[in-house]
Design a protein around this ligand. Structure first.
Ligand code: SF4
Ligand code: FES
Length: 251
């Protein structure tokens, strides 16, 4: 397969970027999208040009590092899945593919397709943890967590922190991410001692980082590789309201 590529090139955070045209040829349909970019970079290096900078780590949809907008969609056209799980057979032979970084004000571009997602780290640092000593893994049947809650917590814990929800959202909202992190811990007994402080702090940092608000467009859910449901945002709102109420009551 042959492809025409339009790739966002930007030397550094403060420089102006632009879409640059490239071509790749003889690409197997079973080549992954990131392998296709590797092939392009090898070709560029062979002719003395600078390789396109992009992020990846696990390349199996679990680390959340790969963050590309492909033809206008966060993680490309093969949902649910991260862009590292996208294969070239998903595109028409001869197609033109536009590749850009995630466009979110709170994720500044570092270079080319690489963005700085440390805003998410700061949200997690604000409260996405437990400080209770949990010790080593206990015998599974001795954990007093109802199965229903454990399943829901696992569902929320599937968030890989990729940032696609914010990139897909017209408001640049990180509420699906924050909702997954807050809910996962709120559902488990280990997360209860800090339940109120956690949600208040995480939402405060989320707002301070410049993420927008949710207006129920559901784009976050549509592009989420971990299939985190937008209904978790309702859980976040309930947790927030509950924490504010308890704070006002001095509890
Ligand atoms: S909620 Fe989904 S899209 Fe958002 S950071 Fe988590 S895995 Fe990525
Ligand atoms: S490289 Fe890890 S999720 Fe894509």
């Amino acid at each position: 397969m042959n492809f025409k590529l339009k790739i966002w090139r930007q030397r550094e955070a403060k420089s102006r970027g632009k879409l640059v045209d490239y071509e790749v040829q003889d690409i197997s349909p079973d080549t992954s999208f990131l392998e296709m970019l590797d092939i392009l970079n090898e070709n560029l290096l062979q002719v003395g040009e600078e390789a396109v900078a992009f992020d990846s780590d696990c390349r199996e949809g679990s680390c959340g590092t790969c963050s590309l907008t492909v033809n206008g969609e966060a993680h490309g056209p093969d949902h649910p899945g991260a862009v590292c799980e996208l294969y070239m057979r998903k595109f028409r032979d001869g197609a033109t593919i536009t590749i850009e970084p995630f466009r979110v004000g709170a994720f500044p571009i570092v270079k080319d397709l690489v963005i700085d997602r440390s805003a998410f780290d700061r949200i997690v640092q604000a409260g996405g943890f437990i400080s209770a000593r949990a010790g080593s893994a206990p015998e599974a049947n001795s954990i007093p967590v109802p199965k229903h809650d454990a399943d829901l917590a696992m569902e929320a814990a599937a968030c890989i922190g990729c940032g696609a929800c914010a990139a897909g959202c017209p408001n640049g909202s990180a509420m699906l991410f924050a909702a997954a992190k807050v809910s996962h811990l709120a559902l488990l007994p280990q997360g209860h001692p800090e339940r109120e402080r956690r949600v208040l702090k995480m939402v405060r940092v989320m707002d301070a980082e410049g993420f927008g608000n949710c207006t129920n467009t559901y784009e976050c859910e549509a592009v989420c590789p971990a299939e985190i449901s937008a209904s978790w945002i309702a859980k976040l709102n309930r947790e927030y309201a509950r924490a504010q109420f308890r704070q006002r009551m001095g509890e």
